[in-house]
Design a protein around this ligand. Structure first.
Ligand code: IDC
Length: 474
């Protein structure tokens, strides 16, 4: 559109705003007397896509905005950031949040979202702002080819895998829509186990035990639980950092992913350890940036804090990791011991309403099968279509890590997670003297981690992890 027609459009919208029709628009939020919307598909994979939308205010200052459009071919928004999206049929509206509603004349505001598509992903071309049609020019970037890799520098499809381990097949992971996807842009599920506290069970993580985890259990991922307090990181930062890095290498050499878990537990507010987190992640992200097997988990289990406080923490830690290791998936703990808020009387709705503004992140959910039953399962089922979820810790027992091993509830949980392709990691791959531990007490002193050493929990968990993976490559 030429400058001249844009001015004409501005004038007609301004005239409209002076009529009764315009007055109705102005009552909900200030009318945009002229606007331009840029809609760009930034990424596209099998069934999903990501887009960024920028509104330029060509009229009077705005105090709150709602951008509207109609999807031309059945796309659906699954997750939005920097705006609250609602969709009815193919009609979409995205409303500003408290911090980005004011837009001066000539100023811009942006939001982004992930969506699903099938068939065609044709872009919308007509937009409204506060109910008034935007007649400023609309530009849309061409949609990229079907599969993109997470690294912005590369858009080629990776070659077929050269090995058969989970890491060789799936390569660099990325979040696509609500799923974890592999290097081919296909949704996958990782299944694996977590260490116990490295400070308490150093003898459980050696060549023999890790060979068993990779080759006999056929685990895809090892979570490295580095407690922060509880006699962990704070007692010896460089020692624990080195231990974590060594286990990243051990997992990598066996073709497994690794989760670097900054295992905050007490105190529950991760901001208390903000400076420790910054230092730790600066070190591990710089050291492991070139590796494809690293997933960062920035806070194990926030508790007694609001989602807003967790966001504050995440907004400071994630950029540090991103600056050093830009393509890694990052896991963010949720309120109420990573219960999506449920254990602190809330729900995932607070995250859906106010998600973090970063791409390539997932929200964690933790459960203990004997303590967390149907109401927690409903919450996960409900949240799974809206948020990327990763179960980075679960136990077969009560939330104490002890008590009865609840096989029925554990089965219901894993069946649900398998059906939703949600990754899961069991607590614990250790011989702790508690029923959630996979091995009998005393196992780690010896050299065998075979089936005769397994606890009741370990037998069940191994049987569920060792079954064939589904890792599509085309
Ligand atoms: C537990 C350990 C236990 C240890 C305790 C320390 O199993 O041996 O004494 O931590 O406080 C979590 C935590 C995880 C807990 C686990 C079981 O992430 O650190 O481990 N749990 O209580 N959340 C829910 C349960």
């Amino acid at each position: 559109m030429t400058q001249r027609t844009r001015v004409t459009a501005w004038l007609s919208a301004a005239l409209l705003a002076m009529t009764g029709v315009g007055a109705i628009v102005a009552s909900s939020a200030q009318a945009a007397a002229g606007c331009k919307v840029d809609y760009a598909v930034t990424n596209q994979w099998g069934e999903g896509f990501g887009a960024n939308v920028t509104l330029t205010n060509l009229g009077d200052p705005l105090d709150g905005w709602t951008v509207g459009w109609t999807f031309p071919s059945g796309q659906r928004i699954t997750q939005a950031w920097n705006g609250t999206a609602t969709q009815s049929g193919s009609t979409v509206s995205v409303k500003s949040l408290g911090y980005n509603g004011s837009v001066r004349s000539g100023g811009t505001a942006s939001f982004g979202f992930n969506g699903s598509w099938s068939g065609s992903n044709a872009v919308p071309t007509q937009f409204t702002v506060n109910g008034v049609a935007c007649t400023g020019s609309v530009t849309s970037s061409p949609t990229p080819t079907r599969t993109t890799t997470p690294t912005p520098t590369s858009t080629t499809t990776p070659p077929p895998p050269t090995g058969t381990t989970p890491l060789a097949v799936n390569g660099q992971l990325r979040v696509c829509g609500v799923n974890l996807c592999n290097q081919y842009g296909k949704p996958i599920q990782l299944r694996g186990a977590s260490t116990h506290g490295l400070q308490w069970f150093p003898s459980c993580y050696n060549s023999a035990s890790l060979d068993t985890l990779a080759n006999d259990w056929k685990a895809d991922v090892l979570r490295i639980a580095m407690y922060v307090n509880e006699d962990g990181y704070t007692t010896n930062p460089s020692g624990f950092t080195a231990k974590v890095n060594d286990l990243v290498d051990q997992a990598e050499s066996r073709g497994m992913y690794s989760i670097i878990d900054f295992h905050t537990l007490t105190p529950g507010d991760p901001n208390v350890n903000l400076e420790n987190a910054k230092t730790f992640f600066r070190n591990v992200a710089a050291r492991n940036a070139a590796k494809k097997n690293v997933i960062y988990e920035i806070a194990n289990e926030p508790n007694g804090v609001s989602w807003e406080q967790i966001r504050t923490y995440a907004n400071q830690v994630i950029p540090i990791i991103r600056g050093l290791d830009p393509d890694a998936v990052i896991l963010v703990g949720t309120r109420g011991w990573s219960s999506l808020g449920v254990s602190n009387g809330s729900s995932s709705a607070e995250i859906v309403a106010n998600p973090l503004a970063f791409s390539n992140i997932m929200y964690t959910f933790h459960f203990y099968a004997a303590s967390h039953l149907d109401n927690y399962r409903s919450e996960v089922r409900n949240a799974a279509s809206r948020l990327p979820i990763f179960v980075s810790e679960w136990g077969t027992t009560s939330a104490t890590g002890g008590g009865t091993v609840d096989i029925g509830s554990s089965t219901a949980w894993l069946d649900l997670l398998d059906s939703l392709k949600i990754s899961h990691v069991n607590w614990t791959y250790s011989d702790a003297n508690e029923s959630s531990a996979a091995f009998r007490s005393g196992t780690c002193g010896g050299s065998s981690y075979g089936t005769s050493q397994l606890s009741q929990s370990g037998q069940f968990v191994r049987s569920r992890i060792m079954t064939a993976d589904s890792f599509p490559t085309s």
